[in-house]
Design a binder for this molecule. Structure first.
Ligand code: SAH
Length: 396
């Protein structure tokens, strides 16, 4: 028996506009609550008892993540159909069969109407990351559906949900393969450049696919410049800068393993002779101590704000970071600056960068306004799926 979630009067409005989250405050009562556990499928009704949605039940402020607005069964065919539709979008984007780019995002949560699910493709491996218990319980169905849609093009599916599931869910998880074939870490191509990817041990699903398009822009600006790539992780931006003709690249990350990986990726593409320096250091300290000879600087920090509550702190940190970089960048320098905090919107981020320019006292022009790439599509009814913001600045 599916439990029924009955909404308070008028609280169906956001659902009529196809938003995918139902907050606890919108709910009048739940029928069948005694047998309900987190991750179960529930039906949602208006106060007038009209069916409005079906989704995953969750404990917390988001109580239901909507899967469908139809009264349809969530079975193997349903999963295959949803994944096939997502695949078709990536096909239209030219990503599913591109010999020079072998990694892309297949499922981007709400952007693909699958709230709580992320799937990234690395060659013939798909990495599944569940952010909700409902998705976690469906992981085998999801893996089977991926195999069904891709046939032999995907050989192995790896589940990497242990760190993304809500902490309070208390389920014992360990990451592992959902298929018999277990392909270990390997190499992928992005715009013809080679990267080592380790989905078992790396951050997120192994690689930050969301900067693909922005990295191409770094490549365009890098010719003849001395490049500093901070928060470098795999050295994605460093590799593109070198490919674009940078005279020298310095990669900085506080993690020793990250800078080692960045160094390996640089060698993989350009050999030992390329003038690359990988520095394990806090970016704020590096910026304080460095000279003023860099004329292309990339700031791509981790999300400073994971919740709205800490957004003001995060804005201060963005301001401080950007001010430091603007104080030091060479005249005529290009600054790529990003925020991937969902809790900080485009305008707030821009204000923080604006304040930084004022503090640094430099003349600054905005050349480009950047966002996430096409495989991280934004659901038009669910603007929260837009998270990556970037500015390219010309600093006189
Ligand atoms: N630019 C990267 C992704 C950055 S992820 C890419 O294109 O793939 C954020 C990185 O910042 C992580 O590797 C993390 O180790 C690093 N980091 C976090 N805090 C830091 C700090 N204070 N100084 C330097 N690196 C930091």
């Amino acid at each position: 028996m599916i439990a029924n979630v009955i909404l308070k009067r008028g609280k169906e409005e956001s659902l009529l506009r196809r938003h995918l989250w139902i907050f606890s405050g919108a709910i009048a009562r739940i029928e069948g609550e005694d047998n309900l556990t987190e991750g179960d499928i529930v039906d949602v009704y208006t106060s007038e008892r009209k069916f409005i949605a079906r989704g995953h039940y969750q404990i917390g402020s988001i109580t239901v993540r909507v899967l469908t607005f139809e009264q349809e069964e969530i079975n193997d065919e349903w999963w295959a159909e949803r994944i096939r539709r997502a695949w078709e979008v990536r096909k239209a984007e030219g990503l599913t069969d591109n010999p020079s780019t072998t990694c892309y995002r297949l499922i981007h949560g709400e952007g693909d109407m699958l709230s709580g699910l992320v799937v990234d493709v690395y060659g013939s491996t798909a990495v599944v990351q569940c952010h909700s218990v409902g998705m976690f319980y469906a992981r085998t169905q999801i893996a089977n559906a991926i195999r069904k849609v891709y046939g032999d093009a995907i050989q192995s599916v790896y589940d990497k949900s242990s760190r993304t599931l809500p902490y309070k869910a208390g389920i014992d998880t360990c990451d592992g393969y959902l298929t018999e074939i277990r392909s270990n870490a390997g190499y992928v191509l992005e715009n013809g450049l080679k990267f080592e990817v380790n989905w078992e041990e790396g951050q997120k699903t192994g690689f930050f696919i969301d900067q693909r398009v922005n990295r191409e822009l770094v490549r365009r600006y890098a010719r003849g410049r001395r490049v500093l790539n901070t928060f470098c992780y795999t050295g994605g931006f460093s590799v593109y800068a070198a490919d674009g003709g940078a005279t020298e690249v310095v990669s900085v990350d506080s993690s020793e393993r990250a800078v080692e990986l960045a160094a390996r990726n640089m060698t993989l593409n350009f050999g030992e002779q390329y003038p690359h320096r990988a520095v394990a250091m806090d970016t704020f300290d590096f910026l304080k101590e460095m000279d003023d000879s860099f004329d292309l600087v990339i700031l791509d920090p981790p999300a400073f704000a994971k919740h709205h509550k800490v957004a003001p702190e995060a804005l201060k940190a963005y301001k401080r970071l950007n001010a430091k970089a603007m104080q030091k960048i060479k005249s005529g320098g290009i600054l790529f600056t990003f925020s991937c905090s969902q809790a900080v919107n485009k305008e707030q981020f821009r204000m923080a960068v604006f304040s930084a320019a004022a503090i640094a006292g430099r003349r600054v022009r905005i050349l480009h306004q950047l966002t996430q790439p096409e495989d991280h599509a934004i659901n038009i009814y669910h603007p929260e799926s837009e998270y990556l913001k970037g500015l390219v600045l010309y600093v006189e």
